[in-house]
Design a protein around this ligand. Structure first.
Ligand code: ATP
Length: 322
């Protein structure tokens, strides 16, 4: 019987479990044997394999994190490491591998496909930083976590007439800050893709203060180019505006939690599609969602695409927060 391996790699994201469930159930439905590989490429090299059955993915669709665990593995970045991986997969009769992760994990999958292993990548990261897909698994849940936090911060911010800087994840991608900022009604959104001077933020604070609004929420993406980061911004605002400024760094809370309905459905569709592609004999592909349709494309093509920043949404956010 042909076997499919599945692993999660890089940073974890809510919805990864729903994707694992979809891959395992679809593969078993079509008569494949499935091995769960724990701790990403590290576990592959350490032979941390578990044979999966229908019930091993029971009761996980609603759980955050990844039951297969995740890690980063430098050994897999070497040619020797990957050759060893191929040998191990062959020993287990695993011809195909589904990799759930981000761009780094996809690069690993692509290199593995060049050594003869059929690979399919599923986008799992809260950063939404993959250009070829409108959404990655985990982004929607993380966005809702941020919105929830902003709502709570807004309550206390307004009671005390404070300025609150809310730092959110996303690495070099501002999507999480932008979308959550819009949905949370932030007064200012600072993203890596667009430059903004602290003077502009101060003048905006003054304008809103003049019309009686004393509190303000600034959503700051962790990768934004602000001197000194959140602390630097706080200091600048305190000096220039004499504002009472507090910082909330949301941190890893954004990576956890039960996945949203959107993420569960997306993960289910992408997991199912990944196995269908393998059955069709496809390899070195990634799956995603574009204009509400499930798509697949070559990993090289996907990784060479440049992420587009949603300028329209950014401009709209400015208008809505005057
Ligand atoms: P996230 O977006 O959450 O960071 P990611 O998949 O981009 O996810 P990385 O740390 O970049 O996370 O990659 C995860 C793992 O994929 C690495 O630890 C390594 O094992 C493998 N990998 C990354 N880049 C390469 C590469 N260039 N060649 C081979 N393997 C790689």
């Amino acid at each position: 019987m042909k076997a499919i391996g599945i692993l999660t790699s890089g940073g974890d994201a809510p919805g990864m479990n729903a994707a694992i469930r979809a891959v395992v159930r679809t593969a078993i439905y079509y008569g494949y044997k499935v091995y769960g590989i724990e701790k990403g490429y590290r576990g592959l090299l350490d032979e941390e394999f578990v044979e999966m059955d229908l019930s091993s993915v029971g009761d996980i669709i609603q759980r955050g994190g990844t039951i297969l665990k995740s890690s980063r593995c430098d050994e897999f970045k070497t040619a020797e490491g990957r050759e060893k991986a191929v040998e191990i997969l062959e020993n287990y009769g695993i011809e195909s591998l589904v990799v759930i992760g981000g761009d780094g994990s996809f690069t690993g999958a692509k290199l593995l496909s060049e050594l003869g292993v059929k690979t399919i990548g599923i986008p799992g990261t809260i950063d939404n930083d993959l250009a070829y897909t409108d959404y990655t698994i985990g982004f929607d849940t993380a966005m809702n976590t941020v919105i929830d936090a902003i709502g709570k911060i807004r309550d206390t911010s307004s009671s005390h007439d404070r300025v609150n800087i809310v730092e959110v994840m996303g690495r070099n991608c501002g999507d999480l800050a932008l979308y959550a900022g819009v949905a949370g009604g932030a007064e200012t959104i600072v993203v890596p893709e667009r430059e903004i001077r602290t003077d502009e933020i101060v003048s905006k604070l003054r304008t809103t203060q003049k019309r009686g609004k004393k509190h303000s929420i600034i959503v700051l993406a962790e990768g934004a180019d602000i001197e000194g980061g959140a602390l630097g911004l706080k200091n600048a605002l305190t000096v220039k505006d004499k504002a009472d400024v507090r910082i909330t760094v949301l941190g890893h809370v954004q990576r956890g939690g039960s996945p949203s309905a959107f993420d569960r459905i997306l993960a289910s569709k992408l997991g199912n599609k990944a196995v269908e592609l393998l059955i069709e004999g496809k390899s070195k592909r990634v799956v995603g969602i574009k204009d509400n349709k499930i798509i697949d494309l070559d990993i090289d093509d996907a990784l060479s695409m440049e992420k587009e920043f949603d300028q329209d949404l950014y401009e709209m956010a400015k208008i809505l927060s005057i």
